[in-house]
Design a binder for this molecule. Structure first.
Ligand SMILES: [Zn+2]
Length: 447
């Protein structure tokens, strides 16, 4: 999707501040079933200064804080395509559009989405709306998100891919209308190994001529290049994906929003067959999923129905962890649980099911489990080693400061602050400020 305030070029590094909070500083050790390379194993993860220092079977002696969890420990999920500042607006059903330029002028879209959004901008609530969007995301396990907003520098909750410390730029406008000057600026950004450039390309029906034309235009503008990320690419076929593979380009897939707006989505099997790295993301909550866990469930349901047996639950896990880290240019630090990498974790309950043959309770394997869990099943989420969302008993014991948040009928706690308790934000007050301008504020979770 594309929004009225972010049309055209924006260089996020020019505007956003660095993350104001430090990583957790003292040595911790976290125990659970670690989902890492080589399969799940019960391990202790030691971390300090936001980095994993050891992974061991034995309980480490050096830690100051020990936390034993009955659950799975996954890497934090990475959302490579979102528009966080819009995620205060309730779900909009959309319709059967030809392409993204079509619905942007639909009076119903303007009334239901664009005008409420403008109201929050006029009332200087963009910073709060970004924070609220991040809350909606972290309850579904994301520890990094692409926000696509060029001004606000809110008190941050999770990692923002648009910040200086990451080397990404994004162009959300129509590629056919990019100016030579903007194209040059963006082209100059590429070159570094971790530099990434995100374009919204070919978002619409496969037989729509505008949708069909955009990938070719991207090439003509000089962007068939290492580090270029195509978001959507709905009209792309095997020959296009071959080009993307040869040029070391990446694909971000947002199926739920695509299906709602166009009734079609990207040919992910063809992209995978061509060897293109594919990441999965919700796009925004207005027509996409409420969070990454829900998008995973939707995507797996879509793929298994149409391509039975081709994609495994582990493939889906990869699309939101290691693939997403590659797409974001952060695979040296995020997307896996290894010594030296960042201490971002999603920990969840181990859900069970009744085995039809034995009639006994069985625990889901970790990748199946990830496709079943909801925000209410999340035990704790860690960013830079700090617990920032989770079960009240754990948050009140392990987070410096946290406030209540209700996910449906379930009580959780969220910590919007730094490890030392500074920059603390009360979640209830954040919600009240937004509701004063947007009485129809989207619920924090919309399954
Ligand atoms: Zn988008």
């Amino acid at each position: 999707m594309l929004k009225r305030l972010t049309i055209g070029l924006f260089l996020s590094t020019s505007f956003l501040m660095a993350h104001p909070c430090l990583a957790q500083q003292t040595p911790w050790a976290l125990h659970g079933t670690v989902v890492a390379n080589g399969g799940p194993q019960d391990k202790w993860i030691s971390f300090q200064h936001g980095k994993i220092t050891a992974i061991s079977t034995e309980k480490p002696g050096a830690a100051k804080t020990f936390l034993e969890l009955d659950g799975y420990i996954y890497p934090g999920l990475i959302d490579t395509h979102n528009h966080v500042h819009y995620n205060t607006i309730p779900q909009w059903k959309g319709s059967d559009y030809a392409n993204r330029y079509h619905w942007q002028n639909d009076p119903e879209y303007l009334e239901k989405v664009d005008y409420p959004f403008a109201r929050q901008v006029d009332n200087r609530l963009v910073s709060d709306s970004i924070l609220y969007g991040e809350v909606r995301s972290v309850i579904g396990g994301a520890t990094m998100i692409q926000s696509n907003y060029h001004e606000a520098a809110p008190k941050q909750l999770i990692r923002n891919l648009d910040f200086d410390e990451y080397h990404t730029e994004a162009y959300t406008g129509p590629i056919g209308k990019i100016s030579d000057e903007d194209a040059k600026k963006l082209g100059d950004h590429l070159g570094k190994e971790t530099a990434r450039l995100f374009f919204h390309i070919a978002e619409g029906k496969k037989d729509d001529t505008t949708t069909q034309s955009e990938f070719e235009i991207l090439g003509k503008k000089g962007f068939f290049k290492d580090g270029v990320v195509v978001i959507h690419g709905i009209a792309l076929g095997p020959a296009d994906f071959k080009v993307m593979k040869e040029k070391h380009m990446f694909l971000v897939w947002s199926p739920r929003s695509n299906m709602r707006l166009y009734g079609e989505t990207s040919d992910v099997p063809a992209a995978v067959d061509a060897g293109v790295t594919v990441a999965l993301s919700p796009d925004w909550t207005v027509t996409g999923s409420s969070n990454m866990l829900d998008e995973l469930r939707f995507a797996y349901g879509y793929l298994t129905k149409r391509y039975p047996g081709k994609f495994t639950p582990q493939n889906m896990f990869d699309m939101v962890t290691k693939n997403a880290a590659l797409v974001a240019g952060v695979d040296k630090e995020l997307g896996a649980i290894e010594v030296g990498m960042d201490a971002d974790f999603l920990t969840t309950k181990k859900l069970t099911f009744v085995d039809k043959k034995t009639k006994l309770d069985q625990t889901y394997e970790p990748y199946d489990n990830l496709l079943k869990v909801a925000p209410s099943d999340v035990r704790l989420v860690f960013v830079k080693g700090r617990p920032i969302y989770g079960e009240p008993a754990l948050m009140s014991k392990y987070a410096v400061h946290s406030t209540p948040i209700k996910i449906g009928a379930v009580e959780k706690q969220i910590a919007i602050d730094c490890e030392d308790g500074s920059n603390s934000i009360d979640y209830g007050q954040l919600e009240s400020r937004l509701k004063s301008v947007l009485p129809q504020l989207a619920p924090v979770y919309e399954p």
